[in-house]
Write a protein that binds this ligand. Sequence first.
Ligand code: SF4
Length: 341
Amino acid sequence: MQDKIIFAASSPDPTALQASWQQQLSNAIRDPAALCTRLGLPEAWLPGASAGHALFGICVPDAFLRRMTPGDPSDPLLRQILPLGEETVTPPGFVADPLEEADHQPAKGLIHKYAGRVLFIASPTCAINCRYCFRRHFPYSENAPSRAQWQEALDYLRADTSIHEAILSGGDPLAANDRQLAWLVEQLESIPHLKRLRIHTRLPVVIPDRVDDALLGWLASTRLQKVVVLHINHANEIDQAVVDACTRLKQAGATLLNQSVLLRGVNDDVTTLATLSERVFEAGILPYYLHVLDPVQGAAHFDVDDEQARELLAGLRDVLPGFLLPRLVREIPGEASKTPL
Ligand code: SF4
């Protein structure tokens, strides 16, 4: 008989936990006035927040909000989710689809840019709307396939034996329900040449309760090697609940990596980035990428120029061991991989 896997902090009633993360998601703040009131922000911020919100709606769950300092407009977590009037300004070079993903979609909900791996838009929604997101203008409504439509993407994978890795992305793939995800993973693992399942997600950070027994069940049982790439930009995002969620993911056999985006006003100094790497590693995650901002419309105010980015990396190299140093990269449309700076 196979040993039952006991996950740390698991609940005797998985249904209750699943309802809990879904409830947290449905209760997320989606209104700039409510956000300003909740965090005690000056009223003067509201017109700008409303202007940005009209372009890309605000979404922030309480579990993430609780890690912010009330009354501090420069809180590094707040700056990632607070819409600003600057979002209405579009300097030259900032566009709706900076990575030109529309040119690499062989099937609905599937992006194939790099050799050996393909990316599924496994969910059209996220648990949080990050203001700098390069997919903030992505046409999710045209890329939210049903199971029947997934078959086209799965057929594409079956036919190409050079593909060894499937990446679940979105939106946030873990915003999909576990029945749907378990079904998709079952389909994927039936493809003999597929070796790895990679999940790009921010949900275990934003709502740690998302890492519940239902999720761990399908994750632990797949034959595919599992890599979970989390997205954390500042050490303040990691509280004990996030550490516990990471522990559960590792118990399910996942390798944990982190990718960050270099963001003006959030993490654009050596001390903040070094603390992030240290804290990420303490949570059982390896620093992986530090992306420079993709030039997406509405996010130009987050941009850090290349020279400063290289100086920051040099400063990090002086204070961190090599294994805690993320790779500083840019994604350039048409290139065969990410480009190191
Ligand atoms: S969670 Fe990821 S995909 Fe969703 S808005 Fe944030 S950066 Fe974009």
